[in-house]
Design a protein around this ligand. Structure first.
Ligand code: NDP
Ligand code: 2IT
Length: 447
């Protein structure tokens, strides 16, 4: 339920942003949490902090022309939404996927504001991307697309302005091409302009692993708070991209067994535990579909085409593919199957009805803006290393990541307690993330 003042702000968000359903959903979830904060802090409403937070500081939409290997010309649309810079330069990834439109970029940019705030590091919120579909494209086509994309984007970004990184469809390879083109156009070796770089040219240890590792650390803390651990737990991780792979790796190191993963073609169940070397070979190196994993693995691994991975019974679910991939009905199935904890590796993967089902069933539910914040936090550590022309060891960087995730977990719980909603990580994350941004905005005046 929305507080009266918040309901009218939400109505105006609907009116001003027609058709952007994912953005509406992300805004509504935050507004549903922050009612109690307004009671305690009338100064936020007086200076219209919430209305201002819901309006991006700047939205950039541009043409991206490129030529495929046959010489045919393609035109895609590029986006960068610079949402909020109260805490630091705009920070957030780039997504290349055919479903990308302004509403997706705005939902992701909005989430990023609160996520970045929760990390406690000096980063504002932004997001970008394109409706370009990298599937089936050759390496040279990907390079040409990235170069064309950056030929426009470069004028809007910079280490003190806006710092992109990867997201769906944008990994180390794409970041390399993007950084290369930025360097060429500007004639500046400005390492801090983008994160997720390769280790040979200014990248940071653990950035590749950070989102998945961080999410596993967050769930470990949630399990600890319930008096249990990953030991002996059956875990289902959706997706099989960057986040899913490194979630699987860390869950295994922490004693759990990941028994299923997926992509948009279907899911694989492998009761003996996903073979990570094989998964990395199939998905990261050869960029093939998950059914190839099942074929090569043989034995008990089974591929199920076109169905929801959430029908696989498990103790812990870690949705790590995309938004709205886990419905209310999926949540009911998971609860019936004995699921006690959910950690969102993806951004907004659980639909609002699903969150309600988990809350009512007493499932520990770690929302994406808290549970997957390890990726962007480690990006901020990459910026820190770039600024000081330093590079840290893997061990040190992983320790920092774990401290950050523990701190986020602790603050979510503490804030939820403070506002009378013990154990509600959604409320804790939204309120804590919101307050830091709101206080900074108050201090900065009406800008
Ligand atoms: P990748 O591109 O590496 O992997 C994405 C995975 O999700 C693939 O297995 C893909 O399957 C699947 N997927 C994507 N879109 C859909 C869809 N519409 N339907 C079904 N499956 C889909 O991306 P990441 O692992 O980096 O990102 C995964 C999620 O994590 C996203 O929500 C992203 O926003 C979030 N995230 C990422 C961070 C990062 O640092 N990379 C940080 C924080 C959050 P297929 O190949 O078949 O499309
Ligand atoms: O959703 C996210 O937090 C990311 N895709 C990572 C952003 C970043 O700047 O590292």
């Amino acid at each position: 339920m929305l507080h009266e003042k918040l309901a009218s702000i939400y109505d105006s968000v609907l009116r001003r942003n027609p058709g952007e359903t994912e953005f509406h959903q992300a805004v509504r979830e935050v507004l549903e949490s922050i009612g109690p904060v307004l009671g305690k802090h009338p100064e936020y409403a007086e200076s219209k902090i919430i209305e201002r937070i819901c309006e991006p500081e700047r939205q950039i939409i541009f043409r991206v022309p490129w030529e495929d290997d046959q010489g045919e010309v393609h035109i895609n649309r590029g986006f960068r939404v610079e949402f909020n810079s109260a805490l630091g330069p705009y920070k957030g990834g780039l997504r290349f996927h055919p479903s990308v439109y302004l509403g997706i970029v705005k939902f992701l940019g909005f989430e990023q504001i609160f996520k970045n705030s929760l990390t406690g590091l000096p980063i504002g919120g932004g997001k970008g991307g394109s409706d370009f579909d990298p599937k089936g494209r050759s390496q040279r086509e990907i390079m040409r697309f990235c170069q064309s994309f950056m030929t426009e984007l470069y004028r809007h970004i910079g280490e003190y302005t806006d710092v992109p990184a990867g997201d769906i469809g944008v990994g180390g390879r794409e970041v390399g091409y993007l950084f290369g083109q930025y360097k060429r156009i500007t004639n500046r070796y400005e390492s801090g302009v983008i994160t997720g770089k390769g280790l040979s040219y200014g990248g940071a240890q653990v950035r590749t692993e950070a989102t998945g590792y961080g999410c596993a650390f967050f769930v470990e803390e949630m399990l600890k708070a319930r008096g249990t651990s990953f030991d002996g737990k059956r875990v289902v991780v959706s997706g099989s991209g960057n986040v899913a792979i490194y979630t699987t790796e860390k869950v295994r190191q922490l004693g759990g067994t990941v028994i299923a993963c997926s992509d948009s073609s279907g899911y694989v169940v492998d009761e003996k535990g996903i073979d990570l070397d094989l998964l990395k070979q199939v998905k990261e190196v050869e960029r093939l579909r998950v059914d190839v994993y099942a074929k090569r693995r043989g034995g008990d691994a089974v591929f199920v085409a076109g169905r929801s991975i959430w029908e696989v019974p498990c103790d812990v679910a870690m949705p790590s593919a995309t938004q709205n991939e886990l419905t209310g009905r999926d949540a009911e199935t998971l609860v019936r199957g004995g699921c006690i904890a959910v950690g969102e590796g993806a951004n907004m993967p659980t639909m609002p009805e699903g969150i309600r089902v988990f809350r009512e069933a007493g499932v520990s539910f770690g929302p994406g803006k808290a549970a997957n914040a390890g990726g962007v936090a480690t990006s901020a550590l990459e910026m820190q290393q770039n600024a000081s022309r330093d590079s840290w060891t893997f061990e040190f960087s992983e320790r920092r990541l774990q401290e950050i995730m523990r701190d986020i977990h602790g603050r979510c719980l503490q804030t939820a307690d403070e506002y009378g909603m013990p154990g509600d990580y959604v409320a804790g994350a939204n309120i804590d993330g919101f307050k830091r941004v709101a206080d900074a905005m108050l201090s900065l005046g009406l800008i």
